[in-house]
Design a protein around this ligand. Structure first.
Ligand code: TXA
Ligand code: MG
Length: 340
């Protein structure tokens, strides 16, 4: 299959309507969102949804997020809209927030992976919104990477992973948030399942206490069923081994100088490139979690392009959006954290 690269040249209409046509006919199109690129299909067409799993190599038991463009579309997807969902939507939709609610019968089992809940998000990216509106259907869309790889934040990342496996990629440039949406379950007590573009602090301001699921910062013990199936899989992992080194820059430098061998590199913050005599890949500025979020996945992909075997990463802060950066880096490192 040849994957069409749809570019926005003279206005977005033509590229958007081509993507929407592909989706209406049951095909797969990767689309930009403010978080990461998503691999979209008609959420109400179980055959189209099955193609997503096949193209990504995604485990069948990992459910998908359904994307809508207007709050009124939510009614048909869930059995009931909790007050907490209304309050969060009023404040954060459209935007990088996914809410889990009880699913209605129109959601195919392929989307919910057999669970009785569905994850719904209203993206803010103008192209994502235009495609959903033009297609006139809700879109199931996981991140548009091969399963296990870092999520794609450019059309080129998507092409590298899925070129030849999907119908089209709509090029919308670089994603502005850079990490995936925050996932919060509103079935029972509000629970943060995946930190993302909307911080835990922001959620709590609107709906009060939000439990942070253990799997956000800790490795699950063998045999434990996570609330969010996605959390049990190896994720965001480059081919290189990633080691997170905690501590101030001087101690990081000392640790790396003592431990690094051949084909090692560092993932550091801007301005720290010359701190050690190794190849360095930067991911944002030290005091700026949003810039780290934007740069993280590109940096992980870059490390593999350079043929690095071990990369020592500076440890991000873990408040605000930093919790999302830390959570993704922890998984990329398979929880390998050392204190320098
Ligand atoms: O920012 C994002 O959310 C991107 C863009 C494309 O919208 N999408 C994305 O999808 O990150 P994906 O499939 O890569 O991650 C969805 C996560 C998975 O960890 C999955 O297990 C969880 O959401 N999830 C989906 N439905 C769920 C449900 N009903 N209950 C619990 N977790 C659910
Ligand atoms: Mg993903």
């Amino acid at each position: 299959m040849i994957t069409k690269l749809l570019k926005i040249e003279n206005g977005s209409e033509d590229a958007v309507s081509q993507a929407a046509d592909i989706l209406r006919r049951g095909g797969l199109a990767a689309i930009p969102t403010e978080t990461v690129y998503g691999l979209a299909a008609n959420a109400l067409d179980c055959e189209a949804v099955s193609r997503i799993f096949y193209a990504k190599g995604r485990p069948q038991d990992n459910p998908l997020i359904v994307h809508i463009a207007d709050f009124s579309e939510l009614d048909a997807l869930v059995t009931e809209i909790p007050d907490t969902a209304r309050a969060l939507a009023a404040r954060f939709w459209p935007g990088p927030l996914t809410m889990i609610m009880k699913k209605s019968s129109i959601i195919p089992d392929e989307v919910s992976a057999g669970l009785d809940t569905v994850a719904v998000r209203m993206p803010s990216h103008p192209l994502a919104r235009a495609v959903i509106k033009t297609a006139g259907i809700p879109l199931a869309a996981p991140s548009a990477n091969l399963s296990g790889k870092p999520s794609p934040t450019t059309a080129a990342h998507v092409m590298n992973d899925l070129g030849g496996r999907i119908d089209a990629v709509l090029d919308g440039g670089e994603c502005s948030v850079g990490v995936e949406s925050t996932v919060v379950s509103l079935v029972g007590k509000p629970r943060l399942l995946r930190p993302g573009g909307i911080s835990h602090e922001q959620l709590s301001e609107v709906i009060g206490t939000v439990i942070i699921d253990k799997a956000v910062t800790e490795q699950l013990e063998a045999g434990v069923h996570p609330t969010s199936p996605g959390m049990k899989y190896k994720h965001y992992s480059p081919k290189a081994k990633v080691v997170i080194v905690k501590g101030p820059l001087e101690q990081f430098v000392r640790y790396v100088n003592e431990n690094a061998g051949e084909k090692c590199a560092v993932m550091c913050f801007e301005g720290e490139e010359n701190a050690v005599p190794l190849v360095s890949v930067t991911y944002g500025a030290q005091a700026d979690s949003a810039s780290q979020a934007r740069g993280l996945f590109s940096a992980l992909r870059r490390v593999d392009e350079l043929g690095i075997e071990t990369v020592y990463a500076r440890c991000p802060q873990s408040d605000g959006v930093g919790l999302a950066v830390y959570n993704r880096l922890l998984r990329a490192a398979a929880f390998d954290v050392v204190q320098a």
